[in-house]
Design a protein around this ligand. Structure first.
Ligand code: ADP
Ligand code: MG
Ligand code: ZN
Length: 631
């Protein structure tokens, strides 16, 4: 029902179909025939008797004729017994047999046993069948590629989609990401404009965000807007059982793309392939590493003047190999976030385009009730509501259908952490605390944005400060203020709710790191003096991950360091408490507003702090410096 939904990886056409199970039936059938054939041809004809019985028959003159073979003797009786005249016996070493046959007047002959038939039936045919079975299973292991022996065939695979219909009209609620990607569209549309001046086009764009936020959709939209071919493959498709296949595919993909530039190469779920390479005692991840290396080589290799943009998506950026992020590779990272209230309304609007809605439905209310839903969840919600309406034979989808669908989905999403009202409130106080302390203390970077939209990386909300200039040095006062900001979250919870939560864990980690560094590395403690106690960091640029040893100092010094760290943190916490106690009403107002809007721009925060009731209009697009995030 969502008109814009596109199956992920819908671009793989012309995949050779895997060997059909019918082949297995053929092989089994042949085996049955073989068994029957063996029984028929190789089985001795006539009645089976023992050699002594045979001798008895000969002596008794009952035998008419025998044919002596290598291992068996066939014979016929003069008078058939019970209708059977033939008999067979197993031959024993018996030199007198011929004499006795002569005496009894039996006609005898040597039998020319047909040698090839038993031979063929006995082992050549089974061998052939085994080979057939073996290759059958091997093909299945080779998967979609039609067998392990045919890497070359992957050449025939078409990765491209020439006419992508998705546009930015189909994506909503991810304005910042869309904004950045528009620039990429420009590059693709008029590469000359940029290269003529000697610049080169960015090579790699990594879309990072929780599942279902529209990363795949955005990548397609870029191709659709720029009207360029879209080559796509999922990271997991590169990783095959056989070493070398993935690397060959990467080569292939880039060869095809280069022929079609300008175009987009999209690697979905990059983490499946781009996990950090590591030394493994078992040498386990050969194939993935080879594939990754090939990808890196290709990204470095192709001509930067050709307008090929490599896009990739992941929801686990933290596991990616750092080599992927180097300049000239995925150096642009675009955050695709879960939508806020306004964004959710926009997404809903897109997905109800083809749904018969009761005009009384207020999508804003639906959006307000679905905090924490990603785009895909909202698409699913609309579908669910339509199905519910259909089930009760309604003509249009009504608000009650949406309500019921939301209840159902939230129950299902519970595992995915949809925050309760109480939790949202805690998070709102926490983030407001960070933001207010950051705005009040002098010399701090201005707050750019506060958000309580959970983002799936563990952080429940964030406060973002934008540095006005790059800083290479921090003064002691700045560091202390930074500590107070980091502790502002916890202080706000304390003051407003009267209880603290686990939400400050990451803050505390960073606070401790900074305070300890102040004491042991930067010589900022008067009691300990200007000494660098930290010996463990010296080797860190080899990045070997050796567990850090403690510096070379006495137990007493260690205790003193701990005391100093504790003291620094305590005074920062007190500073944060003081700032917030003095502004209890502002804390309340910022929190209420945040609960309402979920995302607040820095300007609005400043307006509230100045006591201006009306927030100013939307701020201008933001400058480039890397934002600093507090969680
Ligand atoms: P991701 O790749 O981030 O996991 P997808 O792009 O595959 O998410 O999204 C799946 C579907 O969810 C899309 O096809 C679309 O129907 C819907 N969807 C997700 N995000 C959005 C969005 N921001 N705007 C509109 N629809 C969305
Ligand atoms: Mg996806
Ligand atoms: Zn925090």
């Amino acid at each position: 029902m969502p008109s814009s939904s596109v199956p992920p990886g819908g671009s793989q056409k012309g995949r050779p179909s895997a060997t059909k199970p019918a082949a297995l039936w053929w092989v089994l059938g042949a085996l049955m025939l073989l068994a029957i054939g063996q029984a028929y041809f190789l089985a001795p004809a006539g009645k089976q008797i023992s050699y002594s019985e045979f001798k008895g028959l000969v002596r008794g003159g009952q035998v008419a004729e025998v044919a002596v073979g290598d291992t068996i003797i066939h014979g016929t009786l003069k008078k058939p017994e019970e209708g059977v005249a033939g008999f067979t016996t197993t031959r024993i070493e018996d030199p007198k047999l011929v004499e006795e046959l002569d005496e009894a007047g039996v006609k005898y002959s040597g039998e020319l046993v047909s040698r090839w038939l038993p031979e063929v039936l006995g082992w050549v045919v089974p061998l052939l069948l085994l080979v057939a079975l073996w290759s059958f299973f091997f093909k299945r292991m080779g998967g979609a590629e039609g067998g392990v022996m045919s890497f070359a065939r992957s050449k025939a695979k078409i990765y491209a989609e020439d006419d992508v219909k998705t546009t930015f009209q189909d994506v909503a609620g991810v304005d910042e990401a869309a904004q950045e990607l528009r620039e990429i569209v420009e590059f693709l549309k008029t590469p000359k404009k940029f290269t003529n001046l000697g610049g080169h086009i960015p090579k790699g764009v990594l879309l990072v965000g929780p599942p279902g936020t529209g990363k795949t959709l955005l990548a397609r939209a870029v191709a659709g807007e720029a009207k360029v071919p879209f080559f796509s493959l999922s990271g997991s498709e590169f990783v095959e059982m056989f070493v070398g296949v993935g690397a060959a595919r990467v080569r292939d993909l880039f060869a095809q793309a280069e022929a079609k530039a300008p175009c987009i190469v999209f690697i979905d779920e990059l983490d499946a392939l781009g996990k950090a390479r590591q030394q493994s005692a078992f040498g386990g991840h050969e194939e993935r590493e080879q594939t990754l290396n090939q990808l890196l080589a290709e990204m470095d290799g192709f001509d930067a003047r050709k307008a090929i943009i490599i896009m990739a998506a992941t929801n686990r950026p933290e596991v990616l190999d750092p080599a992927l992020m180097r300049p000239g590779r995925f150096d642009r990272q675009v955050l695709v976030d879960k939508p806020d209230v306004k964004g959710r309304e926009e997404v809903l609007k897109i997905h109800v385009r083809n749904v018969k809605l009761d005009p009384a439905i207020d999508l804003r209310k639906v959006a307000a009730r679905t905090a924490g839903f990603a785009g895909a969840d909202l698409a699913n919600l609309v579908n669910e509501a339509a199905l519910l309406a259909a089930r009760r034979d309604a003509q249009v989808v009504q608000m009650r259908d949406f309500d019921e669908a939301i209840d159902r989905l939230i129950a299902g999403l519970e595992k995915k952490r949809v925050m309760s009202t109480k939790e949202r409130e805690i998070v709102a106080y926490h983030e407001s605390g960070h933001a207010i302390v950051a705005s009040v203390l002098p010399n701090m970077d201005p707050v750019h944005k506060i958000s309580i939209v959970a983002r799936g990386f563990g952080a429940l909300g964030y406060t973002m400060q934008l540095p006005l200039e790059d800083k290479y040095l921090m003064q002691k006062g700045d560091l202390l203020a930074q500590l107070a900001i980091l502790l502002g979250g916890r202080a706000a919870e304390e003051i407003a709710i009267g209880e603290i939560s686990t939400g400050a864990q990451n803050d505390l980690q960073r606070v401790t790191d900074i305070a300890r560094s102040m004491v042991t590395e930067w010589g900022m403690s008067e009691r300990l003096g200007t000494i660098n106690f930290d010996t463990s960091r010296r080797g860190r640029f080899l990045d070997l991950g050796i567990p850090s040893e403690r510096g070379l100092y006495s137990e007493d010094t260690a205790r003193m360091i701990d005391d100093e760290v504790k003291q620094i943190i305590n005074s920062a916490l007190n500073e944060a408490r003081r700032v917030l106690r003095d502004r209890r009403d502002i804390l309340e107002r910022v929190t209420r507003r945040l609960l309402e809007k979920e995302v607040m721009e820095g300007d609005e925060l400043r307006a509230i702090m100045l006591g201006t009731p009306d927030p100013p209009p939307e701020p201008a697009p933001e400058p480039a410096p890397e934002p600093l995030r507090l969680t």
